[in-house]
Design a binder for this molecule. Structure first.
Ligand code: IMP
Length: 426
């Protein structure tokens, strides 16, 4: 048995989809354990680009069992559309398993997500408006509806009837139109029928796979800095995208987690609002954004960009149990004279090496930088560490030094073939 958790170690969009797809070639099982269709994992192979939202990245390989585990919030309509979209592009032969304990996202969740954001005005979170927060709220309030309810028409009727009564009161209070029970029920009960064939106890399935000695890849969504517990609260998502959350969200024992691979870009990006100490603007931000195609997969918003923040990365390593790193989008930095890396923050005149808990402190920190020499060479065809220009090698080694973590893989372009493995950890 070998397990590997892939987590985003920044604010999401680090290229987890690409790494997962690359490592999935060796996996027997790929598991998504949290989040929902707020994620957007881009995978490119054979010159074709696929954007996955809630379906695990192993879906392209018919030999891989893909699991959507209990910690996810699944939008049945979107999930079926995503599957139809893949089928239309020839991905028809796949194995998909959906946890009977995962919660579902319904239209009122999306409406409430939008309404809360509008209510917050300039304090808005900048959510993806996919209803993720409100769905997790219902889960915690114990009025959520689970996949097991959805696929049983009688159970679904009972749970929806109770929940919709409450949700309609909320919608009315916020000045939104109430939803008609029959309309929602009739539409979603149909989705339930189509999803039923995928539904199972995925915890049991994973235990069987572990006992068989399978290779299991856990594909994180979002990033550690967006974690509901450890992220830059309240500018976070509503689940925990850390290595620590995987056993809970997939129903397996913590002792089965062998390694946690943190995915990080060679720089930093963030979508949505919230503090971002190393944020850049002007020409350099533009250069990185355009070369890195830094526009959201889900919402198409231009991403905020900045220098690599090793304070945040080190923090992510600690709270998420990251023991290896993968460095993504390395080629984007080619052509610069110099590149800075943040190695510490200064807060009110004092040097600190961790992420403070409050937004006001985080907004006040001043990044302290080490300046590295850039490289002019195009590195998109590099096949090994030794082929990298010396300054690129030094940049990579500096990150290892500042994060006390070995980089086991780096990426120099979107294609599967532009991935250079330095060490086998799976
Ligand atoms: P929500 O997850 O839609 O509630 O959004 C909460 C915050 O997480 C916002 O700042 C989003 O932009 C961010 N977010 C959610 N999913 C992703 C993702 O997959 N990549 C990057 N940011 C994300």
């Amino acid at each position: 048995m070998s397990t590997l958790v892939v987590v985003g170690s920044q604010w999401g969009d680090e290229g987890k989809g690409k790494v997962t797809d690359y490592l999935a070639q060796e996996a027997d099982v790929v598991v998504r354990s949290q989040g929902g269709n707020n994620a957007g994992h881009t995978i490119t192979f054979g010159g074709e680009k696929f954007a996955l939202r809630s379906i695990p990245s192993g879906i392209f390989n018919p030999k891989i069992k893909n699991v959507m585990a209990n910690g996810m919030v699944i939008n049945p309509k979107q999930m079926l559309e995503e599957l139809r979209g893949l089928e239309a592009r020839g991905i028809k032969d796949y194995q998909l398993f959906v946890s009977n304990r995962a919660h579902i996202v319904l239209p009122y969740h999306e409406m409430l997500d939008g309404a809360y954001e509008a209510f917050k005005g300039d304090k808005k979170i900048g959510t993806t408006k996919r209803g993720i927060g409100p769905a997790y709220e219902d889960k915690a309030s114990r009025i959520g509806i689970r996949i097991a309810d959805l696929v049983d028409p009688e159970l679904f009727k009972a749970t929806l009837s109770q929940t919709l009564t409450i949700k309609n009161m909320e919608l009315k209070m916020l000045g939104l139109p109430e939803l008609d029970f029959d309309t929602v029920y009739n539409e979603y009960v149909e989705y339930g029928k189509q999803i039923k064939k995928f539904v199972t106890d995925t915890s049991l399935l994973l235990e069987e796979e572990i006992e068989k000695g399978s290779k299991i890849l856990f594909e994180g969504a979002q990033g550690v800095m967006l974690c509901i517990d450890h992220g830059t609260y309240p500018y976070v998502t509503s689940s925990s995208p850390t290595g620590a959350s995987v056993p809970l969200n997939a129903g397996i024992a913590p002792r089965y987690i062998n390694n946690v691979l943190g995915i990080c870009k060679a720089y930093t990006t963030r979508v949505g609002e919230g503090p971002f100490p190393t944020e850049l603007d002007g020409d350099l931000a533009h250069y990185i954004r355009e070369r890195g195609h830094e526009y959201g997969t889900v919402t198409k918003r231009p991403r905020r960009v900045g220098y690599l923040d090793c304070v945040a990365l080190n923090y992510a390593r600690r709270v998420s149990g990251i023991n290896y790193l993968a460095l993504m989008l390395f080629d984007v930095l080619s052509g610069l004279d110099e590149i800075k890396i943040c190695y510490a923050y200064e807060l009110d005149g004092k040097k600190i090496n961790t992420v403070p808990a409050t937004l006001s402190e985080l907004e006040r920190v001043k990044p302290l930088y080490v300046t590295m020499k850039g490289w002019k060479e195009d590195i998109t065809n590099v096949k090994s560490f030794d082929e990298l220009p010396l300054n690129a090698q030094l940049y990579l080694r500096k990150i290892e030094e500042l994060t006390k973590t070995e980089i086991v893989l780096f990426s120099v372009g979107p294609d599967r073939l532009q991935t250079i493995k330095l060490k086998d950890i799976f």
